[in-house]
Design a binder for this molecule. Structure first.
Ligand SMILES: [Zn+2]
Length: 318
């Protein structure tokens, strides 16, 4: 019997994950490359091709194609336009390189879309209208509207992280000020903790023992769980900003449900409770209270390669 499979790839600034995915959404094999270890795109591609070759062994018959997610993908041209985190120049045609190496279809999408694709294809709930908001190093939203993934003209729809929430606010990596990402990303939470420490000089807790350069979102969550006042306050403030932003998004897209994903969501209820509270407080009253905010059932990394594989499963439907 012929077992069909797809190679799903998630190219990230730090890690690139590669998986062999079955039609039922099982990750049969997976591997990781450290994206940052490769000085240029050509060497990276060479290694990537090597990994795919070992993964498919000699089973070319079942191999349907390669689906891939990356930051800053221009959907129209199927190129990676400008990705600050990757040492790639614009001239690299990754699609052509991979299709020449394997003679199968290769499709590329923005990484913000991967979890929407995973939910659309591998989740039983079959919702027609939902978002997946990813909170990690960056903040992005994948939007499913009327049953379709919303892409926009160039494919850059859903840049929720760069919606300005405070015009005199924190400096953002995009060159502007006060973007949502400066508050609700992993780094945004660290910035909140640092400003809270400066405000409350009566604070004597463990955060003072950690060099600020070593501080990360995971430590803040652990301290909040152990009762640290500043860590708890930082997560509450983060949830409040996020809840308000999600209420604004509902006014634009009228979803049934909102999923949250990414490392920051490991804070669990410490983040989700204030997010839900502020969300419902700011929700326009024409929307039903039943719109819920849930953690995505897909693990960030596995969900991304599953979603990437959907680009190829979709080609083979119908
Ligand atoms: Zn920005």
């Amino acid at each position: 019997m012929l077992n069909k499979y797809v190679i799903g790839i998630d190219v990230g600034g730090t890690h690139t994950r590669i998986g062999q995915i079955s039609a039922s959404g099982e990750v049969l094999k997976n591997q990781m490359l450290k994206t940052a270890d490769y000085g240029n795109a050509a060497t990276f591609l060479e290694h990537l091709i090597g990994v795919i070759k070992t993964m498919i062994s000699d089973d070319m018959e079942g191999f349907l194609g390669i689906g891939m997610g990356a930051p800053s993908v221009n959907e129209q041209n199927q190129t990676i336009t400008y990705a600050a985190n990757l040492n790639w120049d614009g001239s690299l045609d990754i699609i052509q390189a991979l299709s020449q190496a394997f003679l199968v279809p290769v499709k590329l999408t923005n990484d913000a879309n991967l979890l929407v694709l995973a939910h659309q294809h591998f989740d039983d709930t079959l919702l027609s209208d939902f978002f997946v908001v990813t909170l990690g190093t960056g903040v992005g939203a994948g939007i499913c509207c009327n049953g379709s993934l919303l892409k926009g003209k160039e494919g850059f729809a859903g840049e929720l992280g760069h919606v300005i929430v405070n015009e005199r606010g924190r400096a953002c990596s995009c060159g502007r000020q006060g973007c949502l990402e400066c508050y609700v990303s992993a780094n945004g939470i660290i910035r909140t903790v640092i400003s809270l420490i400066a405000q409350f000089n009566s604070y004597k807790g463990s955060l003072l023992d950690i060099p600020m350069a070593d501080l990360n979102a995971k430590m803040i969550t652990e301290l909040a769980l152990s009762g640290d006042e500043i860590a708890k306050r930082a997560l509450t403030l983060t949830g409040q900003m996020l809840g308000q932003a999600l209420a604004n998004m509902v006014a634009l897209f009228n979803p049934q449900l909102i999923y949250l994903a990414g490392g920051v969501t490991h804070a669990g209820e410490l983040l989700l409770a204030p997010t839900r509270q502020f969300f419902h407080q700011h929700l326009l009253n024409v929307y039903p209270d039943i719109i819920t905010i849930e953690k995505s059932k897909f693990d960030d990394h596995e969900g991304a390669i599953l979603g990437a594989s959907v680009l190829i499963w979709q080609l083979n439907e119908g």
